[in-house]
Design a protein around this ligand. Structure first.
Ligand SMILES: Nc1ncnc2c1ncn2[C@@H]1O[C@H](COP(=O)(O)OP(=O)(O)OP(=O)(O)O)[C@@H](O)[C@H]1O
Length: 238
């Protein structure tokens, strides 16, 4: 479980997170809210890009905020960004394998983890291709492979479905649903695609103006009038 207590972040006069307290315990947890609600800032606090002015985060018994961002990655926190981080000049396997380089693995073990992650994400056939030649979906899967490789404890995916076709989102949905069976990790998923959230997240938390509106079973959260009010005029909820 990830126990988040009283996390606040301010950028100048903007309160990006406002005393957020929430327990996250399901295998795939959705994080939703309108633009500017604080979702990415929430992942930035977990991964160490942003230092909160108050609060604590205990993930599976580890005080996460006490770890440097580098040690958080070694510990098993992985994330993808809204702006993709795939390096065109590298092959797919080098893009994915980079994450394994700070895990002190032997070469056979490294290869085993790398091959498994490439197979899991359907990239085995293009593993030696330069990333520059990949299509948008393959690039997205490369990022998921990088997050999934090795023995991560928590994957944080920031809008992985953005800009994908319906068929591609369906493959993405199955992949995210299978992450825990593949490597044992929990996934935190930000996405504006409420159908995707509903399909893969057993629980969901909702942010608005940096504050937690509610969290709980996804179906209940999505039918909560407070959540509908937050989204009113922004997008349709399923
Ligand atoms: N580095 C920063 N400097 C200043 N303000 C920031 C910074 N990062 C985020 N903010 C502000 O904090 C608030 C929360 O932003 P955040 O990106 O976390 O929202 P979000 O819910 O992820 O939005 P979106 O759905 O558009 O990605 C916004 O008002 C944003 O402008």
């Amino acid at each position: 479980m990830i126990a988040i207590r009283d996390i606040s972040v301010a950028f100048g006069g903007v309160t990006a997170l406002n005393h957020v307290t929430v327990d996250l315990s399901d295998l795939v947890v959705g994080i939703i809210g309108p633009n500017g609600a604080g979702k990415t800032t929430f992942l930035n606090v977990l991964s160490g890009f942003v230092v909160p002015k108050s609060g604590s985060i205990n993930a599976f018994g580890t005080e996460v905020l006490a770890l440097s961002p580098h040690r958080r990655s070694r510990w098993g926190l992985r994330r993808s960004f809204q702006k993709e981080q795939v390096v065109d000049e590298l092959t797919v396997e080098d893009n994915v394998g980079a994450v394994l380089d700070n895990l002190s693995l032997g070469s056979q073990e490294r290869e085993r983890h790398l091959s498994a992650a490439l197979e899991f994400t359907g990239l085995s056939a293009v593993r030696r291709a330069k990333a520059a030649g990949l299509n948008a979906f393959q690039r997205r899967m490369t990022e998921i492979a990088r997050c999934s490789a090795g023995k991560p404890k928590v994957l944080m995916l920031d809008e992985p479905g953005a800009g994908l076709s319906q068929n591609e989102v369906e493959i993405l949905r199955r992949t995210i649903s299978d992450i825990h069976a593949f490597n044992g990790a929990m996934t935190l998923l930000i996405d504006h695609d409420v159908d995707l959230i509903q399909a893969v997240c057993s629980s969901t938390m909702v942010l608005d103006f940096g504050s937690l509106v509610t969290s709980g079973p996804t179906r209940e959260v999505l039918s909560d009038p407070r959540v509908r009010a937050v989204y009113l005029g922004v997008e349709e909820l399923a």
